[in-house]
Design a protein around this ligand. Structure first.
Ligand code: NAI
Length: 265
């Protein structure tokens, strides 16, 4: 064991840290905001939907968590720059950057319109790059930072029965971008990791499951999940706190796959 002065719970504490979460107004991002805040961090809830982000910021404040809401379309670099500048203006630094905003897309590859392809790649992959590099410029000055990207189990496997080539390619890109940035920024004290959720109950998948084709999909998904259920957003909260905390300081370039065992067989 290292000669560590803090006990393990202290090394999980995020007290005094400042975090931002993109796509923080809904689903997994909202759960990440609550988790980081409950662990002690100040949280900037970033979303293209400012009204929804403000509601989440108010939820956090009602738990005595320091929070702000920021409007940003994270696929646009000037808005990403403004997002980072707003957090720095509020709290002087960014210790934790959670790049989570993303969209789903379900089309057969032969029918997929290239505009749709670009929309998915621009948000799910390129925006993660934009956010990470602007966060890293700030973190580098402190010599410390934790970047956490939301990938997906779709980065590891091809889903079935639905076809989603653009989504899967975008998420596989996030996985390798995470490793690459981790290697590049390790000398600056910046750790870069990802979380790969399996099927999680949020509006992203609910929209699909409400379609006639989607209604037939759910039993097929459940059959393939060893734990026999979809994830709730609560199931993912421990992972983001671990990756944000000092407890994971020796971890970089890695992925936490939280899929109820889907990828195990
Ligand atoms: P969600 O649809 O509930 O939340 C996505 C949030 O991102 C929304 O608040 C939306 O307003 C925001 N957003 C969309 N476009 C944006 C933009 N251009 N700039 C800033 N914010 C934007 O979806 P969910 O499920 O919470 O997804 C979050 C992440 O988790 C995504 O990256 C998704 O691909 C990933 N994921 C989701 C899974 C699931 O089963 N729900 C499984 C694996 C990964």
């Amino acid at each position: 064991m290292n000669d560590v002065k803090k006990n393990i719970l202290e090394r999980f504490s995020l007290a005094g840290r400042s975090a931002l979460v993109t796509g923080g107004a809904s689903g997994i991002g909202r759960a990440f905001c609550h988790a980081l805040g409950e662990a002690g961090a100040k949280v900037a809830v970033v979303d293209i939907n400012l009204t929804a982000a403000e509601i989440v910021a108010e939820e956090l404040k009602s738990k005595s968590i320091e929070a702000i809401a920021i409007s940003a379309d994270v696929s646009l670099e000037n808005e990403v720059e403004n997002m980072v500048a707003t957090v720095v203006k509020a709290w002087g630094e960014i210790t934790i950057g959670v790049n989570n905003a993303g969209i789903g897309m379900w089309h057969d590859a032969t029918e997929l319109d290239m505009d749709e392809w670009s929309k998915v790649i621009d948000l799910n992959l390129s925006a993660v790059f934009l956010c990470a590099r602007h966060e890293a410029r700030v973190m580098r000055k402190e010599g410390y930072g934790k970047i956490i990207n939301t990938a997906s189990m779709s980065a590891h496997i091809a889903n079935t029965p639905q076809n989603q080539s653009a989504y899967n390619a975008s998420k596989a890109g996030v996985l390798h971008l995470t490793r690459t940035l981790a290697a590049e920024w390790a000398p600056d004290g910046i750790r870069v990791n990802s979380i790969s959720p399996g099927y999680t109950k949020t509006t992203l998948v609910e929209k699909l499951l409400e379609t006639p084709a989607g209604q037939k999909m759910l039993p097929l998904w459940l059959e393939r999940i060893p734990l026999g259920r979809m994830a709730s957003t609560d199931d993912l909260q421990g992972a983001v706190c671990y990756l944000a905390a000092e407890a994971s300081d020796y971890m970089t370039g890695s992925d936490l796959l939280i899929d109820g065992g889907y990828c195990a067989w």
